[in-house]
Structures are given as C-alpha cells and as structure tokens.
Design a protein around this ligand. Structure first.
Ligand SMILES: Cc1cc2nc3c(=O)[nH]c(=O)nc-3n(C[C@H](O)[C@H](O)[C@H](O)COP(=O)(O)OP(=O)(O)OC[C@H]3O[C@@H](n4cnc5c(N)ncnc54)[C@H](O)[C@@H]3O)c2cc1C
Length: 573
C-alpha cells in the first residue's frame, strides 16, 4: 500500500468515527440532557389549559418544592404535605438562612457542604425569572462556575477558551441557604397562589374503589396528632419523601407492584420487592462552618480575596486506600467560611477541631505540587475562631436506586422524584441536579397532555392518561441517564457510573452478587482524562461540561481525545 493511500485511509477512518461521534452526541444531548426542554420551563398556562383537581406532593424539601413549582403551571390546586411545621412559618421562608432559629430535623445534610452545578442554576433561572436578583437578596453569590477542580491539588485547566471566554454561572449557597431561598420563592412571595403546604405525614394511599389502577386518596397524619385524614388526590401523587422512600411502602400496602394486584395496569416488569439496588461507599462528611466578621474574612490570605468567590480550595485525593479523602474550603452565603472533609472507610475519624483538620491536610498526598502555604496560614488564623464553628458530621446513606422505570403494575397517577428514586455519592454535587431533572421530567410529561389544540379537544385531553406513570418513569430514566460527573459520562447511567467509581475504594460494600474488581479500565481511563486536563483544553472542557451537568456520556470518547489520552499515557505512564 502506498503511503498516500495509507494516510487517506487513516484520515477517512478518523473522519468516519468523528462523524458518528458527533451525530450520536447531538442525539444524546437532545434526548437526555434536558437542555432544549428547560427553555420552556416556567411558562404559565392560561386558566382553560389547567387540569381541574389537586396534585398531592408528599414531602416539602427540594424535590417537593420544585415539583410544586412545576405543577403550579398545570393544575388548579397543588398540595404539599410536609411533617416539619416550622417550614411554613416566617422562619422557614426568611431572607437570610443564617438568621434561622430552627434546624431541619428530617434532612441530615441541612448543615453540610453543598455545591450547585451550573445546569441546575440555569434551570432555576427558567423556573424563577428573577432568580439571580433573589440570590443577591438572600446574600448568595452568583458567579462563573469555577470549583477550583483539581487532581489531588493540581488545578485542572479552566476551559475558558472553548467556552468563549465566559464561564456559565452557578450559585454558591449553603444547603440551608439554597433551601430557604427555594421555599421563599415558591411559598413566601404569593406568586404561586395555587400552592398550599400543610403540616402532616403521608402514611398511605387508597386505590379507587371502581378502578384499582388509580390512587384515589392519600392518608395523612395531620400535624403532630395521631389523627389520620383522607385527602382526595384527584390527579397525581408525587413521592418526594427523600431517603425514607415512603412511596414504596404505600404502594406495597395498597397491593400495587405485584402480579396478583387486581388492576388493569401492566404486569410486565419487576415486582416492587426487586426494584431496589444499593451499595455502601461508607462515606463520612465532616463540615465545619465558621461564622466570622467581614474584617476577619478580608484578612484571610486567600489569593485574590473572597469577593465574588464560592469555591476557594479543593483537594480530591488520588489514593483510594485512604478512602478518597476530599478537603475543601468554600465561601457560602453570609459572612461564613466552610471547611469540609469527606472520607470513606470503616473507621473514619470525625474532624471536629482545627487540629484534627490540620493533621488531615498535612497527611494528604498531592499529585505533584505540595499544598500551598496560604491554606495552612488560613488554618492558623481560623484556629482562633474554634468557638465560632458550627460542626456537622454525616454518615452518608447507602447509594440506592429504585428502578421504578422497570416496575410492574404501578398506579397510573403515581410518580416519584428526587432521593426517593435515586441517591448518589454527594462528593460530585449532582443530587439536586438529579432532583431538578425529576421536576423537568414532570414538566415534560405534563406538557404532552396540553399540546396546542382547540379548547374542546383540550378538555378531553386534560385527563391523566392510564400510562402517565409509565411515561414519567421512562422519561425520568432518560433524564438521569447521561449527566454523570465523575466518570465524565463513560457509564450507561449515573447509578452504574457511581458503582464503578466507588468500587475503586477498597472499603465499599458492593451490590450483593457483585465484587469490587469491575470497572478497573473505566477508573484508569477517567484518571487519564483528569491528568490530561491539567494542561489540555479539550480534556478540561470534557471535565467542566460533565461536572456542571452539560455533557453527554460520550464526551470523553471524542476520537481525538482518545488518541491524546493514549499518547499521554504512553509518554507519562
Ligand atoms: C451529606 C450530603 C451532602 C450532599 N451534598 C450535596 C451537594 O453538595 N450538592 C447537591 O446537589 N446535592 C447534595 N446532596 C444530595 C441532596 O441533598 C439530595 O439529593 C436532595 O436533598 C434530595 O432532595 P429530596 O427533596 O428528594 O429529599 P430530602 O431533602 O431528603 O427531603 C425529603 C422530604 O420529605 C419529607 N418526608 C419524609 N417522609 C415523609 C412522609 N411520609 N410524608 C410527607 N413528607 C415526608 C421530609 O420531611 C423531607 O422534607 C447531599 C446529600 C448528602 C446526604
């Protein structure tokens, strides 16, 4: 073969692969990313386009509030049922979360580290047109989404060039700051008058006496009393109960999700008892929140100062046998600074004091350059403010996935979103984006009921169809399928991805019937993408896109990037 022909064949092959990759990526972004659909979020329907009747939302945290906001565009009445009564008092919707008197008792991460992906911020600006102003009003910084991402301290390149010189924005809020803002926007300003929240706990559901395929009533224990009341759920019941996953229990008690249930719903699929997959990465979170004065904050030796900054320093250790230790310094809302340590293991220390934090930071193993002096100087200064620390330790619950999209015989008007469907490793800050994807899915599924038509036809269509639940969970699966941060999209779905990454930590307790060795190649490839991203714009862009939930699952397989990674691995093994 002549050299010219050889070159032509190689170029042709590359061009073919590139074209395939580009088309598939375009398809994936359209189908799974939600980027095109968020543009239509938040468009209010005219009264004749609304569905008569109530939607009952069980749980009033992030999933419940986002679901309520979406449903307000479609339903006559939206009822949120939430056990913690103080959330509907002034304190629950206050302007500055750090002035709040109460603490959430049913949400363990209320005072832990919290980070927000840029996609989530983007979606919130569509749901709430004045979102950026409202962040400022609540003292929350909105700035370019730079989390100072590093490979064990070696900063990854910020792909500013390929982003046109401008980083898309995100918000830097504490968990309590974000939640309180969201609650104020949904419940506190009178903008969504059809949303009502009551204090209560949902204890069960009742099927329609004539058509067992529909839930007709929701059982609620009101306030702190033992009295249980039945509430008519004319339309949809949304399970937003987080890790209590109460929906599974209600469905089972009402006889759904089995082959024996007497309903017209499909009996294909998995029974309720087989829906749950879970593994335990044995992750511990220690969060130290300092309440300081502006003067002290100004004096900290942080390069460039804290003005307009959210992430200050991030160190994700590259040593799995140490439990993938993760140290960050960040600036949430208010005159506060957060120090955070995450670590997996069987016997993880609780980092409650500054001396414990210092010992940990000294022990971290950097990729190349040592941890900068200003980090230690900051620790020195903060040592004097030990009494200003509000400390939280959380043993992160097992990573769990309830595969509702494969369930048999679900009631047609039941949906679930947020942590009640899937929890992920919080290290990569995807939890609330995943919740948002659930709310977006609700919007997509509901908007299909209200396609433009004449009013007469519209009234016929504004019924919840018998396959509503199926449609919802199918779409939900697609929307949580491709936005996987830590493996930069390599895996088939987000849950799978976490399984493979967390299996790299020797302490992880795998899914029964699996072992930790699966995914070695994936972990090797991800690490090589990170190493390359320290200096390479394309690799850095893949990481940025996927860290901010803008990417697709094949981004790291761009043919040119694959070649660069293989070359880099050969040159710098
Ligand atoms: C330690 C930790 C750190 C995290 N860090 C991040 C981060 O940095 N970024 C990020 O995006 N995500 C993070 N996450 C994930 C994120 O917090 C969750 O994905 C998110 O809070 C899920 O919201 P949710 O509304 O589904 O559930 P939850 O916030 O758990 O809320 C569930 C609600 O349901 C209510 N409820 C329970 N049972 C009933 C019932 N029977 N009837 C009525 N109501 C009921 C509860 O009172 C509660 O209000 C973190 C998680 C943990 C554990």
């Amino acid at each position: 073969m002549s050299p010219l022909l050889f070159v032509i064949i190689i170029l042709g092959l590359y061009g073919f692969l590139w074209t395939l990759w580009s088309f598939y990526r375009w398809h994936l972004l359209l189908r799974t990313s939600g980027l095109s659909e968020i543009k239509r979020l938040g468009q209010a329907r005219s009264p004749h386009e609304r569905i008569n009747g109530s939607v009952v939302i069980c749980g009033g945290s992030i999933a419940g509030l986002l679901a309520a906001r979406v449903c307000h565009d479609y339903f006559e009445h939206v009822l949120i049922v939430e056990p913690e009564g103080w959330l509907i008092t002034e304190d629950g919707v206050c302007r500055y979360s750090w002035t709040q008197q109460h603490k959430r008792t049913r949400v363990m991460q209320y005072t832990s580290l919290h980070a927000c992906q840029s996609f989530l911020y983007n979606g919130l600006t569509k749901l709430f047109s004045d979102f950026e102003e409202q962040c400022a009003y609540s003292g929350i910084t909105v700035a370019g989404a730079n989390y100072e991402t590093s490979l064990a301290g070696a900063l990854l390149k910020l792909p500013l060039k390929s982003l046109g010189g401008l980083l898309p924005k995100t918000m830097f809020a504490s968990r309590s700051g974000f939640k309180t803002l969201l609650r104020r926007l949904v419940l506190g300003r009178g903008r969504y008058p059809r949303i009502e929240q009551i204090e209560g706990t949902v204890t069960g559901i009742v099927a329609d006496s004539e058509d067992g395929s529909i839930i007709r009533k929701v059982l609620i224990r009101l306030g702190t009393s033992l009295q249980v009341q039945e509430i008519e759920a004319k339309l949809v019941v949304v399970d937003c109960t987080g890790i209590s996953r109460a929906g599974l229990k209600w469905l089972s008690q009402a006889g759904y999700g089995t082959t024996t249930a007497n309903t017209s719903n499909s009996k294909d699929g998995l029974p309720l008892t087989d829906l749950k997959l879970s593994f335990d990465q044995k992750l511990h979170y220690s969060s130290l929140l300092f309440s300081l004065t502006p003067l002290v904050l100004e004096k900290l030796p942080i390069p460039g100062g804290l003005e307009g900054k959210g992430a200050v320093y991030t160190f994700l250790e590259d040593q799995m046998q140490n439990g993938r230790r993760f140290f960050t310094i960040s600036k949430p809302d208010g005159d506060r600074l957060m120090m955070f340590i995450g670590q997996s293991g069987d016997d993880v220390p609780v980092y409650e004091t500054m001396s414990a934090v210092r010992a940990l930071v000294q022990d971290l193993v950097p990729h190349k350059d040592p941890i900068p002096d200003w980090v230690f100087e900051t620790l020195d200064i903060l040592e004097d403010f030990q009494d200003q620390i509000s400390f939280a330790h959380v043993r992160v619950p097992r990573t769990t996935y309830v595969r509702y999209h494969q369930a048999m015989n679900l009631p047609s008007n039941f949906v679930a979103l947020g942590d009640s469907v899937m929890t992920v490793n919080p290290t990569f800050a995807q939890g609330c984006t995943k919740v948002f994807m659930g709310a977006l899915t609700l919007h997509i599924t509901l908007s299909r009921l209200i396609a433009p038509s004449t009013v007469g036809e519209l009234q016929k269509r504004l019924q919840i169809p018998s396959d509503f639940s199926k449609q919802f969970f199918k779409e939900h699966f697609h929307k949580t399928n491709g936005f996987c941060t830590p493996c930069y999209g390599i895996y088939i779905n987000i849950y799978d991805c976490f399984v493979r990454l967390d299996y790299g930590i020797p302490y992880t307790e795998p899914i029964p019937s699996e072992n930790l060795s699966s995914g070695d190649l994936v972990r090797w490839y991800i690490r090589r993408v990170q190493i390359l991203a320290i200096k390479d714009e394309q690799a850095a862009r893949v990481i940025w896109d996927n860290s901010m939930a803008y990417g697709s699952k094949i981004d790291s397989f761009h043919p040119w990037l694959v070649l660069k990674i293989l070359w880099d691995a050969a040159m710098r093994p």
